[in-house]
Write a protein that binds this ligand. Structure first.
Ligand SMILES: Nc1nc2c(c(=O)[nH]1)N[C@H]1C(S)=C(S)[C@@H](COP(=O)(O)OP(=O)(O)OC[C@H]3O[C@@H](n4cnc5c(=O)[nH]c(N)nc54)[C@H](O)[C@@H]3O)O[C@H]1N2
Ligand SMILES: Nc1nc2c(c(=O)[nH]1)N[C@H]1C(S)=C(S)[C@@H](COP(=O)(O)OP(=O)(O)OC[C@H]3O[C@@H](n4cnc5c(=O)[nH]c(N)nc54)[C@H](O)[C@@H]3O)O[C@H]1N2
Ligand SMILES: [Mo]
Length: 736
């Protein structure tokens, strides 16, 4: 969302409240923003720490030692095996300046494109869909469209819980304009579906069927905007030929909805002056994520629902700065300024701007997030550098991921908190400054750039992420390339790489952002601040060679791992309102802990009855890759045949709720985004085994994360541990 927070200082310390002048959030703030100051200084990683092997204890070391060690390891590895033996796994939590510096280090100076980010697990399908349909990335809409639309289609997104401020802007509009419709497409009933005029509780993975089914009806009803299609698009004929195969009865049956519901959805679409679609992980996290997102775009193109207020296909980015990451080139196939490594002109432009010899940047895309895991398995990486993400919770097929991490000869982990689940796999820990302490820019889903200014000092010796990357760059001999003294200098250079590109921000310097507040791009040199909301493609000229948008039609292949008799249910994994991902912040805020005290498995009463399960029963959930134990939440909110678990409880927060131990890594071939939203599971009641504690049993072992026991062969990685589930109170007892 990119909410604006205003910080006030009083005798009691700092307080935050919504910034009314912020164009995106206009003074609103959700519980995570409101409580953030409670966690930013708790349980922080305070100094660099190092250990020879994962079995050893960490020792405190100096920054000099830490940075020299990284530089030496990288140099050695590059000399021995070439630059592709080094990789960085970053994150949408980084500022644009951090992202940019890391790109320059790896893709520019070292000549490997092995930089990928958790955004690969998040919105890379949206990126590849925009590129395929419009010729370049960039969500075309604005949050203002939420207040101008006649029909909002929220598909694969629980906007009310995950983008509450986005959702509230629409909800207020709907209150004032009761004719404005909301269609929600989600196998679960959520806070978002509560307000919906129509909830299509489709089977997981049937979105393409549904959307092609709506297109089929629109064709049949003569609702195609033929003029728009003829003037501004290509490929409509082949699209029409494909949607012919999606008659209503077949579609309704595949999706598990009624023909009436399908008709209703198509009717709302056809009869609304402007239609806006929002989507996020229910679409992107799929082995056909790109095709799903393109299919949404197809509907907008066939009805001319784009390029005007209240209309368009609008992917919601999840992380604070995943959008800035895209602009800075923060995926393994990208270069800064919405360029790609495969394009020779793009490479040459960037080499020139980085003052590097021609041919320095590799034309081959680097390793994607999951490919890094495979590379570790094949001993192809000597140095893995993880920054601002917690892969030991968030990656698919987690037991396999952890086994791969354990093989890594040298892992650097650059993180704000300590411990996290991933610190157990690191040789070197680097303390990072975070929000409130460091200054930098972020871009949100509607392309608004905000300068986030540091306002307080940090405990210990953490440093800005960009500074760390730059220091290593200097030590590798690239003094000229990394002579930055401040994030502002990094930003000045980054802006130059956006010149004349779709995401041009050359006019947007820090002083403009300070004086006039957040601004939307495109913002070329000479642009004036605070202009009206900017939509892309208002002239219907797209970024393709012929200026036309492309229909790219697809048939659905369904789920990568459909349910079968051995694993008869589909598990879907998502988020809760109060928690953020792996809880490094939100788990440390008592109000949020109380709101969501424990993980659970949502199961429909019909499935529960068939399995003899009652609400609150302890359950065992198994997939082909692992198992979890979760209490049952028997509810009609989830469709029969599907179960839902939240993603937030890694090993530090619960011994038995690592849901990614169940998920698989099958990914979309185009975006390489894994299908984190669906895997086949079997569920049964857990038969309790009663073990009397021995009289002399030791008190709970504090903290299992550091020096964690290796996974045993059945993939249950922590069965031997009885560690505390309260990392907040135990973290001071670390073997430092
Ligand atoms: N409170 C909170 N907010 C967050 C985050 C957080 O951790 N906590 N994380 C942020 C991040 S990084 C992201 S990416 C976003 C994610 O935001 P969302 O995508 O809104 O969140 P999820 O809960 O992952 O998934 C959304 C919905 O997809 C549905 N779904 C599952 N499978 C399918 C399917 O096949 N088709 C359809 N149509 N729907 C399906 C699920 O039932 C779920 O309700 O949230 C951001 N906001
Ligand atoms: N099954 C399943 N798995 C999923 C998902 C799902 O829906 N289902 N969603 C996926 C998605 S969309 C996402 S985005 C990922 C999220 O997964 P992660 O990226 O692993 O989750 P976070 O907890 O956000 O991790 C961010 C880390 O950055 C640290 N941090 C915060 N600020 C800074 C900073 O300024 N500098 C540094 N160096 N560190 C900082 C935080 O303390 C935290 O440890 O999970 C993915 N995994
Ligand atoms: Mo995400």
């Amino acid at each position: 969302m990119g909410c604006g927070l205003e910080v006030q200082q009083s005798s009691k310390g700092f307080k935050v409240r919504g910034d009314r002048d912020h164009p995106s959030s206009v003074g609103r703030v959700c519980i995570k923003g409101a409580t953030i100051l409670e966690s930013v200084q708790k349980d922080r990683l305070r100094s660099p720490m190092w250990r020879e092997s994962l079995d050893g204890a960490f020792k405190r070391v100096s920054w000099e030692f830490a940075l020299d060690t990284i530089a030496a390891k990288i140099r050695e590895s590059v000399e021995r095996r070439g630059p592709d033996s080094v990789a960085i796994y970053g994150s949408g939590q980084l500022f644009t300046e951090d992202y940019y510096t890391a790109q320059k280090l790896l893709k520019g100076c070292l000549g490997t494109n092995n930089f990928d980010a958790n955004s690969r697990l998040c919105m890379s399908s949206a990126v590849s869909a925009y590129v395929q349909s419009f010729g370049s990335d960039g969500p075309p809409c604005c949050y203002d469209d939420l207040e101008q639309t006649d029909c909002l289609v929220a598909i694969g997104t629980n906007t009310a819980d995950c983008h509450p401020i986005v959702f509230n802007r629409f909800r207020d509009h709907k209150k004032k304009n009761p004719d404005a419709k909301l269609i929600v497409v989600d196998p679960r009933a959520t806070a978002t579906t509560k307000v919906a005029d129509l909830h299509l509780a489709i089977r997981p993975g049937t979105d393409i069927d549904l959307l092609n089914g709506i297109a089929n009806l629109l064709v049949e009803w003569g609702k195609v905007d033929r003029e728009f299609v003829a003037a501004h698009t290509t490929g409509f004929e082949s699209f029409e030929a494909i949607v012919e195969h999606y008659p209503p009865e077949r579609v309704a049956q595949r999706c598990g909805i009624t023909v009436e519901e399908l008709h209703q959805a198509a009717t709302y679409w056809a009869e609304s002056g402007c239609v806006l679609s929002l989507w996020s992980m229910g679409i992107n996290q799929s082995r056909e994520g790109t095709a799903k997102a393109r299919t949404i775009i197809n509907l907008h193109l066939m009805t001319g629902q784009i390029g005007r207020p209240g209309a368009g296909p609008f992917s919601l980015t999840g992380q604070p700065n995943a959008m800035g990451g895209r602009e800075a080139g923060g995926l393994a196939h990208l270069l800064p300024g919405y360029r790609t490594v495969k394009n020779p002109e793009h490479r040459a432009e960037v080499e020139r701007l980085w003052n590097l010899p021609a041919g320095h940047i590799s034309p081959d895309p680097g390793l994607s997030a999951w490919e890094m895991v495979e590379a570790l398995e094949n001993d192809a990486l000597d140095v893995l550098w993880v920054a601002a993400t917690n892969p030991a919770v968030s990656m698919p097929d987690l037991h396999r991921t952890k086994a791969a991490l354990r093989r890594s000869p040298f892992t650097v982990y650059q993180e704000a908190y300590h411990p996290t689940e991933t610190s157990a796999f690191a040789h070197l820990l680097l303390p990072a400054m975070q929000w409130s302490e460091k200054t930098g820019t972020m871009t949100n889903s509607e392309r608004v750039v905000t300068l986030s200014q540091g306002f307080q000092g940090s405990l210990g010796e953490p440093r800005e992420d960009w500074w760390i990357f730059a220091q290593v760059g200097k030590r590798l001999g690239f003094d000229g390339q990394f002579a930055f003294e401040s994030s502002e200098e990094v930003h000045r250079e980054f802006r130059e790489l956006t010149r004349d590109r779709p995401c041009d921000t050359t006019g947007l310097d820090y002083s403009t952002l300070i004086e006039f507040g957040p601004q939307q791009w495109p913002y070329p040199t000479g642009e004036r601040p605070n202009t009206a909301p900017k939509r892309l493609y208002t002239d219907y000229r797209f970024n393709t060679e012929d200026g036309r948008a492309r229909f790219v039609a697809a048939h659905s292949n369904g789920l990568a791992e459909p349910p079968d008799p051995a694993f008869p249910l589909v598990l879907t994994v998502g988020r809760l309102y109060g928690h953020w991902h792996t809880q490094t912040r939100t788990g440390r805020i008592s109000r949020l802990e109380k709101l969501h005290p424990e993980p659970f498995l949502e199961i429909h009463p019909r499935d529960a009855a068939a399995l003899g399960i009652e609400d609150g029963d302890a359950l065992e959930v198994r997939s082909r890759r692992g198992r979890c134990e979760l209490p049952a939440k028997v509810t009609r909110a989830i469709s029969p045949g599907t179960v839902f678990a939240p993603m937030h409880w890694g090993l530090l927060w619960s011994n038995t709720a690592e849901v990614n131990g169940l998920t698989h890594p099958e990914a979309c071939p185009q975006s390489k985004q894994p299908e984190l939203k669906a895997c086949a599971v079997a569920v049964c009641k857990l038969v309790p085994t009663v073990t009397e504690p021995a009289a002399d049993a030791p008190a709970e072992t504090p903290n299992r994360a550091i020096g964690e026991a290796p996974a045993n062969s059945n993939g249950n990685s922590d069965s031997s541990s009885n560690g505390s589930t309260d990392p907040v109170s135990s973290s001071e007892a670390l073997p430092v």
